[in-house]
Design a protein around this ligand. Structure first.
Ligand code: PLP
Length: 477
């Protein structure tokens, strides 16, 4: 394709994209297709000669859209949001055009340098302690990872290496295999599945600790577990605390957990994948108090801060722990300015990396902090509007405190009726929700997800849910 065609088709694609997003309310939030639906819609092998642009465009509606779950629809309330904004799309477009792989400073200096600066911009927006910033007094800094799962894994593996180096000073003959048998990591019983997986991948015991009635991990629980494990000769080395759990958006008590970790030399990592974005609002920032005790902190601007997937920001107080965790240095990756600026290849699991800071730069400049704060506040306000509706109906109950843009609710009574409610609501396809469970209590989760969700959409969702409940209550199981 030549550049004149790219301009022509690009213009058409932009019009398709804006029309898709402007009219997204008219589509079902959740598709009505069966597994394998696409097989009959496209040929079973690639064309030998090029297809025309026009034929391809026609197939977007015919082949793709019928099976799309419209995450950006104001009627989509499942999981947590995934950010979308034109500013981010434009940044990604430039990233694609530049098409660099920024694994070292030398492989694309702007890619590394903008990332360093954006991590400090964002860190300051969250009022992270200076110790986490490149511009701070110590060895702090941040890096953009693809996902929160990678960030947790990276920190767990870095902590594992740190402990290995320390233990080898005492026992030179120690192998990593012998060490991992003794290591124990912790998370709460509400932590995201990616934390358990990090333990599996790192081959360490990940102990899930019980949370309090609000789903929060408390300092005393951690302390007890650490003392028990030390008494067994094990080595506690890592805690993944969660700020804003996936199940119910509960917050682990960082101010209690932090000092326990410090006392016992445990690396505290904070997973704030969803809720982290809200810390740019001063009224939510106190929920992050205690972060000063953490070795690492991560959240996903790609969830709630208008930067599109993938953009998961990770800060550490001592960047050397990432830098030297898996130090492999082949000649073809070396360069003359090594050590002056970060070579981010050392800070992540893959080698290759996109110019992801561009979309952050576009978002932060084109929207400004104030607009981003307003958008978070709007979502939290809508969640409270929905909470009020639920509370006004005596058949329902709220299952967890509403702190951010997530409402957990259920029909009073056995789990089965709430399970049926979710099934009926989702089968209708007008809105889309997912369930969760805490201490055997099943509930539905309504998360404010799309950028354009408004009060009418929330009322619409409540109407759909109420009508489904009416039917169920007439013939309960
Ligand atoms: N941690 C929490 C608390 C989450 O809610 C999620 C996803 O919703 C994740 C981790 C995983 O995020 P990612 O897909 O970026 O790995």
């Amino acid at each position: 394709m030549e550049s004149d065609k790219f301009e022509e088709y690009g213009g058409e694609m932009l019009r398709y994209v804006t029309s898709y997003l402007d009219n997204i309310r008219s589509r079902r939030a959740f598709p009505d297709v069966e597994p394998g639906f696409m097989r009959g819609l496209i040929p079973d092998k690639a064309p030998d000669d090029p297809d025309s642009w026009q034929d391809l465009v026609k197939d977007i509606e015919r082949v793709i859209m019928p099976g799309v779950t419209h995450w950006q629809s104001p009627k989509f309330f499942a999981y947590f949001p995934t950010s979308s904004s034109y500013a981010s799309m434009l940044g990604d477009m430039l990233c694609n055009a530049i098409g660099c792989i920024g694994f070292t400073w030398a492989s694309c200096p702007s890619c590394t340098e903008l990332e360093v600066l954006m991590m400090d911009w964002l860190g300051k927006m969250l009022q992270l302690p200076d110790a986490f910033l490149f511009s701070g007094p110590g060895h702090g800094g941040g890096v953009i990872q693809g996902t929160a799962s990678e960030a947790t894994l990276m920190c767990l593996l870095s902590a594992r290496t740190l402990f290995y180096k320390r233990e080898r000073e005492k026992r030179a003959e120690l192998t990593m295999g012998q060490l991992v048998d003794s290591l124990v990591a912790y998370c709460s019983d509400q932590a995201h599945s990616s934390v358990e997986r990090a333990g599996l991948i790192g081959a360490v015991n990940m102990r899930k600790l019980e949370t309090d009635a609000k789903g929060s991990l408390r300092g005393d629980t951690l302390k007890k577990a650490i003392l028990e494990d030390k008494a067994k000769g094990l080595i506690p080395f890592f805690l993944c605390a969660t700020s804003g759990t996936t199940t119910s958006c509960a917050f682990d008590n960082l101010k209690e957990l932090g000092p326990v970790c410090e006392e016992h030399g445990v690396w505290m990592h904070i997973d704030a994948a969803y809720a982290g974005s809200a810390f740019i609002c001063p009224e939510f920032r106190p929920l992050l108090d205690g972060v000063e005790h953490a070795m690492s902190f991560n959240f996903n601007p790609h969830k709630w801060l208008k930067a599109m997937f993938d953009c998961s920001t990770l800060w550490v107080q001592n960047t050397d722990h990432l830098r030297y965790a898996f130090d492999v240095d082949p000649l073809y990756l070396k360069h003359e300015n090594q050590g002056v600026m970060p070579d981010f290849r050392h800070w992540q699991i893959p080698l290759g990396r996109r110019f992801r800071s561009l979309k952050l730069w576009f978002v932060l400049r084109l929207m400004g902090v104030k607009n981003l704060q307003q958008s978070i506040r709007k979502d939290v306000r809508l969640a409270h509007e929905f909470e009020t509706m639920v509370k006004s109906d005596p058949r329902f109950e709220i299952s967890a405190d509403v702190i951010m843009g997530l409402v957990c609710f259920r029909l009073k009574g056995p789990n089965e009726i709430s399970e049926r409610l979710l099934r009926d609501v989702n089968t209708g396809g007008q809105i889309h929700l997912v369930p969760s469970k805490m201490k055997d209590n099943y509930f539905l989760r309504l998360a404010i997800c799309a950028p354009d969700t408004n009060s009418d959409d929330v009322k619409y969702a409540w109407d759909v849910i109420k009508k489904a409940a009416d039917v169920i209550m007439k013939s309960p199981i």
